[in-house]
Design a protein around this ligand. Structure first.
Ligand SMILES: CCCCCCCCCCCCC/C=C/C(=O)SCCNC(=O)CCNC(=O)[C@H](O)C(C)(C)COP(=O)(O)OP(=O)(O)OC[C@H]1O[C@@H](n2cnc3c(N)ncnc32)[C@H](O)[C@@H]1OP(=O)(O)O
Length: 728
């Protein structure tokens, strides 16, 4: 765990806990023993701490967090005890940093008397994203090096800094070239004593004159931008304590704020999210088809068909990851518009200092716009982003099949259509796969990859690898109408339209959802995605299923239907782009949503025409109805083998719909409410709304709820005997 060796008069202690040297109890104990051994050896004059493998350390071992009792008990060696041993050691201790030095790793480095790093190292306190704070005195020590304002920014945002930036802030003493160990040992040999100010607890916080002002400004920002999250607030308060209190009292305050967070439901949700988004990327269809053994095809060039909002965003994601793109549109006018869109997205990046003008120009060099689809003949992978219409996509894929080289992977950005039906139009169904991006495609982190019955493991491996290369979080699901994202979101939003039909107004529903933690209420989301888009999908579905939708439709094949959205469409209100939808906007394309009495009239008249009596609906009922409808559909996705584990559904909601990370995702939320209760309430709603089939409880949910025990989320899939895909 921590390997001890001696190089001349220097003791070298190597942190060794692959893959990221997470500071487990065992590693911390090993480190403690190593430092003590060096202290006890009179031949040793100084000590170097260094990481084995790719990193110095990714911080405390998060898998050990659930054992809060361990943290509070005074037994055993904690990060704090080893920290004290390091800091009070009379032999100089040097941390030699490469890869990441995060969280508890950075705290160890700050207990050390000197810090060196290679140019590529990254240093930071990401604890806030796990719902906690740097509780091994990081909030008291970092400000003593970098001042209140920088420490506050680093700890509240959780964003790491580069080695050159850390050098500038004074966190590092030196950046070294060449072999880190050699340089660190050489440096350590030049040290004899530990000066007073090298023990950070002895140092006052510099540049803290305006701390009160910075504190208030930051607090206001957190309340606005990270509404509902408690960790950033406690992080801020802890850093402020470094200014307001002597060190010994500051660490006590830090501990109190840390324990408050550690025992919170938010921390559980955020830590679950950390592991669930990693679990979700690990796909497994069988022993010979899974993320470990299946080989990908390298994507050196790509094609994008369709230069609308989606296609342009997809092209930007590929281009900014260094993949040359051939962008195809049917005519030069649309192509020109697409190029302009791409340029304006990139220009936005320049404005935000994410790239320089010359980097933008280089990116544009690898974009090849064309109106000739034949130009795609030799690319490795193509993503189609044309209009959501099965016939159109089938014709396109059939054409691509004839034009492209045999091993080109053909991807569809469909958000609902069956991949097998698209693949059927080609002679290479094994090369056809769905890559469902979320708008805006260059920003949203989720990529819902969709395999069909014939998609090969090689094709899946290719899109999963590509997703990571273009900095997306990929989740693999099986084809069906709407896949996991839209299947579950559909039930959520449909139930909220029913709520509006029964008594609440769109803004009242949106306020409840935003208080729950959603970044945007569902009606604002509708306005953003386009009321016309939803209307067209409903019309197409109606035609495909042989029924006629009118604004008076109340039931479709016995299923409840709410036509208010169709009436909003009929009124020419297509959403933000037209300046009016469920809300009124300051201008077409505007962002400021205002309540519109005309919308309320449409809703009230609708209810009057249908003879519906409106009623008061509680916040609890709204949340239960939308969340439990989505959760029930999530269980059905598991039953059908569309998703293979709950973590996939949660990751989709976290990164596709901005579900609050502190709630972990809808399935984790269900686990916190308790599946017995979720099941009981679903049965209750079924009794009250028998004409809505999403209230028929999933059998898998029923089995878990009736098992009579509190089944942890990691064991849910054991209650699903016949899914179509196997799982880990
Ligand atoms: C009265 C007094 C009594 C005593 C009181 C005691 C009080 C004690 C207070 C103690 C306070 C502790 C304070 C410290 C807190 C922390 O340090 S929290 C941890 C902060 N660190 C992080 O959040 C880093 C998280 N990791 C990453 O950012 C990335 O994983 C990475 C390191 C940058 C690597 O990225 P990448 O290469 O993309 O690989 P991944 O897939 O992300 O990770 C690989 C595997 O490693 C696992 N992992 C990573 N970090 C950790 C970790 N910190 N703990 C456990 N496991 C980790 C990750 O899950 C992956 O695992 P697999 O999926 O199984 O491969």
């Amino acid at each position: 765990m921590a390997e001890y060796k001696e190089i001349d008069s220097v003791a070298v202690i190597e942190l060794k806990n692959p893959p990221a040297n997470a500071l487990s109890k065992a590693l911390v104990t090993g480190l403690n023993n190593g430092v003590k051994r060096a202290i006890d050896n009179p031949r040793i004059k100084s000590i170097v701490l260094i990481g084995n493998g790719q990193h110095f350390s990714a911080g405390a071992d998060i898998t050990e967090f659930p054992r809060v009792a361990d943290v509070t008990s005074k037994q055993g060696v904690s990060l704090l005890t080893v920290g004290d041993v390091i800091e009070s050691c009379n032999k100089p201790v040097v941390s030699a940093i490469h890869g990441v030095c995060f969280g508890g790793g950075l705290e160890i480095a700050l207990f050390s008397h000197y810090r060196l790093a290679v140019q590529s190292a990254k240093l930071g306190f990401p604890e806030v994203s796990l719902g906690i704070l740097p509780g091994a005195n990081g909030t008291q020590r970092l400000p003593r090096v970098v001042g209140f304002e920088v420490a506050m920014d680093m700890i509240v945002s959780g964003k790491p800094v580069s080695a050159p930036q850390a050098l500038q802030y004074g966190i590092l003493d030196k950046i070294v070239d060449g072999d880190l160990l050699t340089a660190a040992v050489q440096f350590a040999k030049t040290l004899n004593t530990v000066p007073h100010d090298r023990r950070l607890k002895n140092v006052p916080v510099p540049n803290s004159e305006n701390a009160n002002k910075h504190f208030e400004e930051k607090l206001a920002k957190i309340k606005q931008k990270q509404r509902g999250y408690i960790a950033p607030i406690n992080c801020l308060k802890a850093v402020k304590a470094s200014v307001d209190l002597p060190y010994s009292e500051g660490v006590t305050k830090e501990f109190q704020l840390f324990m408050e967070l550690m025992s919170s439901a938010q921390a559980r949700g955020q830590q679950y999210s950390f592991f669930s988004e990693r679990a979700a990327t690990k796909w497994y269809l069988s022993a010979s088809k899974n993320y470990k053994v299946s080989k990908d095809i390298p994507v050196k060039t790509a094609g994008v068909i369709g230069a609308g909002t989606m296609g342009s965003g997809i092209a930007v994601s590929l281009l900014t990851s260094g993949i040359p793109v051939i962008l195809v549109e049917q005519d030069s006018k649309n192509l020109e518009r697409g190029i302009e869109l791409i340029k304006s997205i990139l220009q936005g990046g320049v404005k935000l200092k994410r790239m320089t003008q010359s980097q933008m120009n280089q990116i544009l060099q690898i974009l090849q716009p064309t109106t000739k689809i034949e130009d795609l003949q030799s690319v490795d992978l193509i993503i189609e982003a044309v209009f959501e219409n099965l016939k159109l996509k089938q014709e396109l894929f059939s054409k691509l099949d004839k034009i492209c080289k045999r091993d080109t992977v053909l991807c569809s950005n469909t958000s609902t259509l069956d991949i097998d039906k698209i693949a059927k139009s080609t002679s290479r169904p094994e090369k056809v796969v769905g890559t469902h991006f979320f708008a805006p495609a260059h920003i949203m982190p989720l990529l819902e990859n969709v395999y069909g019955n014939h998609t090969s493991a090689e094709t899946i491996a290719t899109v999963m690898k590509l997703s990571k290369k273009i900095r997306k979080i990929p989740v693999l699901v099986k084809t069906c109408h709407g896949f996991v994202a839209n299947r579950t979101f559909f039930e959520y939003s449909q139930e909220l339209r029913f709520v509006v039909e029964e008594g609440l107004l769109p803004n009242e529903v949106d306020d409840i959802l935003e208080d729950f933690g959603m970044p945007m209420g569902v009606f604002k989301v509708n306005d953003l995605s386009g009321i016309d888009v939803g209307w067209r999908i409903r019309q197409e579905q109606a035609i495909a299923n042989g029924f006629n939708l009118t604004t008076n439709t109340r039931y479709i094949n016995g299923e409840r239907y709410c036509a208010i959205a169709d009436k909003i469409f009929q009124a020419g209100r297509y959403g933000r782009k037209t300046g009016k939808g469920w809300y009124q906007y300051d201008k077409p394309g505007g962002r400021v949503a205002m309540v519109d009495p005309n919308v309320n009239n449409i809703i009230l008249n609708h209810c009057k025409e249908l003879g519906l009596t409106r009623r008061k609906i509680s916040t609890q009922e709204v949340i239960e109805r939308c969340m439990f409808a989505a959760i029930n559909e999530g269980f059905r996705c598991l039953e059908d083998g569309i998703a293979s584990k709950p973590e996939e559904i949660d990751t989709i909601w976290l990164h596709g719909f901005g579900f609050p990370r502190y709630r972990g995702g809808p399935m984790f939320y269900a686990s916190q409410v308790g599946l017995r209760k979720v099941y009981e309430r679903i049965k209750y709603y079924q009794k009250h709304f028998p004409e809505t089939s999403h209230w028929i409880a999933s059998e898998m949910l029923q089995r878990i709820a009736e098992s009579g025990r509190n089944v942890p989320i990691s064991e849910w899939t054991k209650f699903n005997p016949t899914p179509t895909s196997s799982r880990l």
